[in-house]
Design a protein around this ligand. Structure first.
Ligand code: HEM
Length: 340
């Protein structure tokens, strides 16, 4: 029985085939129901409570935690590999240096350990549940999440450098990166809609302002008023890496809605990829449909982020439930006594 389980548990997308040819659905809605040692405590309620409290003091945890899920799921699947501390872990890789929200995950983890028992809830699941809370807090749809992911044991900076899409990625390359993880073009456009909240540093789009494609000129597709504004924020050769809102609608830069899609259709995309998806014929239809209907965007985003949350997840007996999200359990264990 154990051997059979071990064979069938492997990295896979939402549905795997076991060695016996049976379908194995990965993850479960309500997976943690009744799993707390204190039976009156509920895992999803505890996550909600901590995230909601943190949101009151810092509403920018909305973009932070959505991006954290994206960067976790894209490298080694949704296994919390992004949370591991240490030299040359994913966290230390250039694309992850501006990722935020680790403190919120730690706060959730410690609340869960206190109220629910030690080693019950994986850090990988906490990332997914926390992202669901902030999408909702930002104005998005509430959606059910599946749980049961296990935490990975490996985290390698070079994999994050190679695997995470850079700001200026072409639509073709981006389609391929998403496709390799089982996400189609529509999922891709929908998920990039996560840029309806949050900020980018000047270093992520400076080339578009001064030297687009090494032409020595700005990106001609950028709205001229936005160009002037961003050139004011991001002074050439400045040593300060300022930030700009990804959603240029000032009234909704921290609100989870479709205004980002309206802005990019007006040539007000900040990152190269934002502008490209509004212009490319493979993606501009989806952009237009989201721009004209908030409700469609919100419901498709909920579906797509659940799909992203199922990418390459680890199932028992693979991985572990970490005791601390920043370290594997082996790294926490005391060293064996030296040989006599
Ligand atoms: C081709 C795909 C994507 C590219 C190239 C990309 C690139 C970037 C870049 C360069 C930044 C700014 C980093 C900085 O300068 O600090 C950023 C921010 C952000 N990204 Fe993406 N991204 C992509 C897809 C996604 C997806 C799929 C999501 C979530 C579902 C997402 C959510 C976010 C959020 C919320 C922020 C703001 C973070 C904050 O305010 O701290 N991105 N992205």
């Amino acid at each position: 029985m154990k051997v059979e389980k071990a064979k069938s548990a492997r990295r896979c997308h939402q549905v795997c085939r076991s060695s016996a040819g049976l379908e194995l659905v990965v993850g479960e809605v309500g997976y943690y129901n009744g799993k707390c040692t204190n039976t009156s405590a509920n895992v999803e309620d505890i996550v909600k409570s901590v995230v909601h409290t943190e949101f009151l003091t810092d509403p920018t945890i909305v973009p932070a935690l959505i991006r954290l899920q994206f960067h976790d799921c894209f490298i080694r699947g949704c296994d919390a590999s992004i949370l591991l501390d240490g030299p040359n872990t994913e966290k230390t890789a250039a694309p992850n240096l501006s990722v935020r929200g680790y403190g919120v995950i730690d706060a959730v983890k410690s609340a869960l350990e206190k109220q629910c028992g030690i080693g019950i809830v994986s850090c990988a699941d906490i990332i997914i549940m926390a992202a669901r809370e902030v999408v909702f807090l930002g104005g998005g749809r509430f959606y059910n999440v599946t749980s049961g992911r296990r935490d990975g044991l490996i985290s390698i900076a070079a994999e994050a450098v190679l695997g995470l899409p850079a700001a200026e990625i072409s639509v073709t390359d981006s389609i391929n990166v998403f496709a390799n993880l089982g996400l189609n073009v529509s999922d891709m456009v929908t998920l990039i809609g996560g840029h309806t909240v949050g900020v980018a540093h000047c270093s992520s789009f400076q080339d578009r302002l001064y030297n687009y494609n090494n032409t020595g000129k700005p990106d001609p597709t950028m709205d001229p008023v936005l160009l002037k504004t961003l050139q004011g924020t991001c002074i050439l050769n400045s040593t300060v890496d300022n930030i700009a809102n990804l959603d240029q609608n000032i009234l909704s830069f921290n609100t989870f809605d479709n205004s980002y899609f309206m802005e990019i259709r007006e040539h007000k995309g900040v990152l190269g990829v934002d502008q490209e998806i509004a212009l490319d014929t493979r993606t501009n239809g989806t952009v237009a449909s989201f721009a004209s209907n908030n409700s469609v965007f919100l419901s498709q985003f909920a579906t797509a982020i659940v799909k992203m949350g199922a990418v390459n997840i680890l199932q028992y007996p693979l991985g572990e439930i970490r005791l601390s999200c920043g370290s594997t359990n082996a790294a926490l264990a005391p060293l064996p006594p030296p040989p006599i």
